[in-house]
Design a protein around this ligand. Structure first.
Ligand code: PGA
Length: 251
């Protein structure tokens, strides 16, 4: 059985004070449950507040991005070891907003995945198609190419430490969720791709999260699909009741 992951991507929300409040509320409402792991990914400056507020719990903290180089003259960037030593266990890489607004390519994301792994961070790697691709029937081509590009130089040992997230770009922050069947189809396709590249054992173990307008009212159906192993949640992760409401639908 794969352990589910319910991860909150806070994006550019919550300063340190608000982070403490939200973490406190999540902590109070959460009962440890071996069926899932909870992760919160606040903005960089709020990571120490989250780590402190959640210490002594089983709730993990992750970054939302990191630099592709380990250190140096990269103004404005944050390194893998900085995230790790700040208390992060995970890092989200290749989110569609990074691709869209910061021109991140699959090759660059692949470099970041390699560095995260060699630094001891667990990457949550995002893939997903834009609406034009879906409407033109190119979803599997696009997602498959993203997968191949990102993982071109990553061996099985490294790959097995990753978590994947399928996030159809047209469903992110729009209130339009992929139907459970639509999401399951792509998750199944991704699992097949993993099996071809890394073998059945890796495919079987890999957690593939769904992201895109997940909320308590649609998470039961999404999370009950055989190849959906959790959620990467934006908007609904900013309120403890919604975030925990989603985790309570893990069966
Ligand atoms: P959303 O964001 O839940 O607000 O659609 C998901 C994400 O971008 O990870």
């Amino acid at each position: 059985m794969r352990q589910y992951i319910i991860a909150g991507n806070w994006k550019m929300h919550k300063d340190s004070t608000e982070t403490r409040e939200l973490c406190e509320a999540i902590r109070k409402g959460h009962t440890p449950d071996s069926r899932f792991e909870l992760i919160v990914c606040p903005p960089f400056t709020s990571i120490p507040a989250a780590v402190e507020s959640l210490s002594g719990t089983d709730i993990a903290v992750g970054g939302q991005n990191m630099c592709w180089e380990s250190e140096g003259a990269f103004t404005g960037e944050v390194s893998a070891s900085m995230l790790l030593t700040s208390g992060c266990k995970y890092v989200i890489l290749g989110h569609s907003e990074r691709r869209q607004y910061f021109s991140e390519s699959d090759q660059l994301i692949g470099k970041k995945v390699q560095l995260a792994l060699s630094s001891g961070l667990l990457p949550i790697v995002c893939v997903g198609e834009v609406i034009e691709d879906r409407e033109a029937g190119r979803t599997e081509d696009v997602v498959g190419n993203q997968f191949d590009g990102i993982f071109a130089d990553i061996d099985k040992t490294g790959f097995d430490k990753c978590v994947l997230a399928y996030e159809p770009v047209w469903a992110i922050g729009t209130g339009k969720t992929a139907t459970p069947e639509m999401a399951e189809e792509v998750h199944k396709f991704i699992r097949g791709r993993i099996a071809s590249k890394y073998g059945d054992e890796s495919a079987d173990k890999m957690r593939i999260l769904y992201g895109g307008s997940m909320k308590p009212s649609n998470s039961t159906e999404l999370l009950s699909q055989p190849d959906i192993d959790g959620g990467l949640i934006g908007g609904a992760s900013l309120k403890a009741e919604n975030f925990l409401g989603i985790s309570s639908t893990v069966k």
